[in-house]
Design a protein around this ligand. Structure first.
Ligand code: HEC
Length: 147
């Protein structure tokens, strides 16, 4: 004979898992953002150097393009509190806007990766600026800098 109550309890637990370690989630996503920051800086530095090396763009654009599609997953419900996070509550109260900001970035990173596969440095520069614009757009709306 099936006992409905324990089964229901199990289903409820499965449907709404509590975030066990928000601090770990926050740390992991900040590490990913730091890697993105390093990638952007490495590419920006190439343009300041005089003779940009396409290989540097290929490597770093690939990093951004690899991380970008996963970005929304770095913000599970319950990971918005804690002294160290700069994530604004709007991420969870305006999920559509946040998803759009993430998608804009992913599209820009993809276009940058495509440009970096070619040899047109000017096109890479334009794609890099566009990508930087999508970082800033999301930060303006969803990140509160504390440090
Ligand atoms: C869709 C939104 C979004 C996009 C796009 C985005 N960021 Fe962020 N970024 C955030 C949020 C939110 C935080 C704060 C995370 C936290 O503290 O928990 C953050 C934090 C950071 C940090 C600080 C990490 C730390 O704590 O040391 C850096 C650096 C960063 N982002 C760089 C970038 C770069 C570079 C890009 C683009 C290539 C980018 N971000 C794109 C939302 C975004």
């Amino acid at each position: 004979m099936l006992k409905p109550l324990p089964l229901l309890a199990i289903l409820l637990t499965m449907g709404a898992p509590a975030l066990a370690q928000p601090a770990k989630v926050i740390e992991a996503r900040q590490a990913n953002f730091k890697a993105m920051g390093r990638a952007m800086k490495a590419m920006g530095d190439e343009f300041r150097g005089g003779s940009p090396d396409i290989a540097v763009f290929r490597t770093n654009a690939a990093t951004l393009n690899r991380l970008a599609p996963d970005l929304p997953k770095w913000f599970p419900a319950g990971s918005g509190t804690g002294a160290k996070t700069e994530a604004k509550a709007d991420i969870w109260s305006k999920p559509g806007d946040f998803a759009k900001a993430a998608a804009n970035f992913a599209a820009a990173a993809n276009a940058l990766n495509t440009a970096a596969a070619g040899t047109d440095i000017a096109a890479v520069g334009a794609a890099l600026r566009a990508t930087g614009g999508t970082c800033k757009a999301c930060h303006d709306q969803f990140r509160e800098e504390k440090k």
